[in-house]
Write a new protein. Structure first.
Length: 163
């Protein structure tokens, strides 16, 4: 009997994520596999779809375009604000990230991309927005998620949350 990825399964996988130029963006090794729950929107939609029905031990290459990845780049999420919008922060530098609330009440992460005098340029796009993502994955483990994991929406135990 071979295990197959389906909704509600905890999947362990090794992967390499590269961009269009072959630059390595992220990875998980055999020794420390990445764990997620299929169907819980923990991974980008394009990869989750492609892994549905994949068997344990299978290796798969999946290319995911921006629409099915981290979304397109929105120019509207890039803006320039004044330094005094960041009270209490002594030194504002490119690369710093801040949590902000969108008008709809969603939590959004902004990255500071440029600082010129009093002007701070911020970008609310995900760092991988607008990019085609190339995954090379190997499925290492598949098991049923527990009820507790399903209600929390994340994996517990080895390689997951401890709380
Ligand atoms: Zn939990």
């Amino acid at each position: 009997m071979s295990e197959v990825i389906g909704s509600g399964k905890v999947v362990g996988m090794s992967y390499r994520l590269t961009d269009d130029k072959g630059v390595l963006l992220d990875q998980a090794s055999h020794d420390e596999p990445f764990l997620y729950i299929q169907g819980a929107s923990q991974i980008v939609p394009g990869l989750e779809k492609a892994l549905e029905g994949v068997k344990i031990g299978e290796k798969k290459k999946v290319s995911v375009d921006a629409e099915e990845g981290y979304g397109p780049l929105h120019d509207g999420l890039k803006m320039t604000v004044k330094k005094d919008q960041f009270p209490g922060i002594e030194e504002i530098q490119p690369g710093m990230q801040f949590q902000a609330q969108s008008p709809e009440g969603h939590g959004m992460v902004f990255t500071i991309t440029d600082v010129k005098g009093d002007d701070v340029t911020i970008d609310g796009n995900h760092p991988l927005a607008g990019q085609t993502l190339h995954f090379a994955v190997e499925i290492l483990s598949i098991r049923e998620a527990t009820e507790e994991e399903m209600s929390h929406g994340h994996v517990h135990g080895e390689g997951g949350h401890h709380h």
